[in-house]
Design a protein around this ligand. Structure first.
Ligand code: FES
Length: 93
């Protein structure tokens, strides 16, 4: 059994790819639906472009409808504990 197969068998998730070691500033608009890239593979950071489907990690985007106009720092390293918002985890990588 190769490593990825044994990890899958053990239920271990693969790590997301670090897209950026700094967060992405984004102006989010009330009523818009967003899909945040959680896998790090998107070429349209910080948002999902469907590239996660080519990953074996099984990581899916975080999707939500924005409830108010808001400027936020979205996680670029994909390791935030407050996804999709940056919690400064990139400083520990
Ligand atoms: S491309 Fe990363 S979650 Fe969709």
């Amino acid at each position: 059994m190769d490593k990825s197969a044994s990890d899958a068998a053990a239920g271990l998730a693969e790590e997301p790819v670090i897209a950026s070691k700094t967060p992405f500033r984004a102006e989010l608009l009330e009523g818009y639906r967003y899909a945040f890239c959680a896998c790090g593979l998107s070429n349209y950071q910080p948002f999902c472009d469907g590239s996660h489907t080519s990953s074996k990690a099984g990581i899916k985007p975080i999707i939500w409808t924005q409830d108010k106009d808001q400027t936020v720092l979205l996680c670029g390293c994909k390791h935030s504990a407050k996804m999709p918002i940056c919690d400064q985890s990139h400083r520990k990588l």
